[in-house]
Design a protein around this ligand. Structure first.
Ligand SMILES: NC(=O)c1ccc[n+]([C@@H]2O[C@H](COP(=O)([O-])OP(=O)(O)OC[C@H]3O[C@@H](n4cnc5c(N)ncnc54)[C@H](OP(=O)(O)O)[C@@H]3O)[C@@H](O)[C@H]2O)c1
Length: 246
């Protein structure tokens, strides 16, 4: 018996990395999964590979989010699992070198996008639904040259807690998952291949378990939080980082 048979799940940013791995697991467990992303070709290819439903949407735009919710409502009705995962890291700069463009890009996707995706999906959530926000372990640490990204994820953790309190009367659980370094394409979007590889190597060195996480490591946690076995868990943050925060 598949655990998520006939459950409806929405995964934002489902065409690569953590979102893709999670959508794949949920689909394998019987869920009907809608994945979003901005790159049409990547989105359609990913949906075909895992048997999900693609929806082209820029999560930083409220109009796109509202179009998405309308589409999901008319085709699937209510939603059991909402995984708000779409995000970017942005530029690697000191605070004194900050640009308005990078601030807006990162905040518009990671903070505004997360907030309004949650906001507009709330009416569609089934009683007892599970919402998972993808944060980062850097939300509770401090590293130079990542101030905007870190602030955006700290805000995500705050939103998760408020939402958990607001939605508890409908038995809707809201949790955040905070990965440490996880091998995806995320760095390739901001750095050239050699720089990205250098960052992965130096990160692996600093991790007590001496490995970089995989998208599947994170997907398994999201799967757990999505299901009935996690029915007493809300307002919590789950760090998956090989012990970096020790
Ligand atoms: N990898 C790590 O080490 C790590 C660690 C901690 C947290 N995270 C977080 O994990 C999440 C997923 O990242 P990832 O590592 O899996 O990277 P990834 O492979 O680059 O995936 C990011 C996903 O988000 C989508 N996306 C980005 N901006 C979007 C937008 N405006 N609208 C819709 N979709 C958008 C991308 O699709 P399109 O490009 O097609 O839009 C893609 O599917 C992010 O929130 C990231 O901050 C990652």
């Amino acid at each position: 018996m598949k655990t998520f048979k006939d459950k409806v799940a929405v995964v934002t940013g489902g065409n690569s990395g953590i979102g893709y791995a999670t959508a794949k697991l949920l689909t394998a467990e019987g869920a009907k999964v809608i994945i979003t992303g901005r790159r049409k070709e990547a989105l359609e290819e990913a949906a075909k590979e895992i048997g999900a439903f693609p929806y082209l949407a820029d999560q930083s735009k409220v109009q796109d989010i509202e179009n998405l919710t309308n589409e999901v409502q008319s085709h699937f009705g209510q939603v059991d699992i909402l995984f708000i995962n779409a995000g970017i890291t942005g530029d690697n700069t000191l605070i004194e070198e900050a640009t308005e463009q990078n601030f807006d890009d990162v905040m518009n996707i990671n903070l505004k996008g997360t907030y309004f995706t949650l906001s507009r999906f709330i009416p569609l959530l089934k009683e007892g639904a599970s919402v998972i926000l993808l944060s980062s372990n850097v939300a509770s640490t401090n590293h130079p040259k990542s101030s905007v990204y870190q602030a955006s994820k700290a805000a995500v953790n705050s939103i998760a807690k408020t939402a958990a309190a607001e939605l508890a009367p409908r038995r809707i659980r809201v949790n955040s998952v905070s990965p440490g370094p996880t091998r995806t394409n995320v760095l390739d979007k901001s750095y050239d291949t050699i720089t990205a590889q250098g960052i992965w190597n130096s990160l692996a060195d600093r991790i007590p378990l001496k490995k970089i996480g995989t998208p599947e490591d994170v997907a398994q946690m999201v799967l757990y939080l999505s299901g009935e076995t996690a029915s007493f868990i809300t307002g919590s943050d789950f760090v998956i980082d090989g012990g970096i925060l020790l």
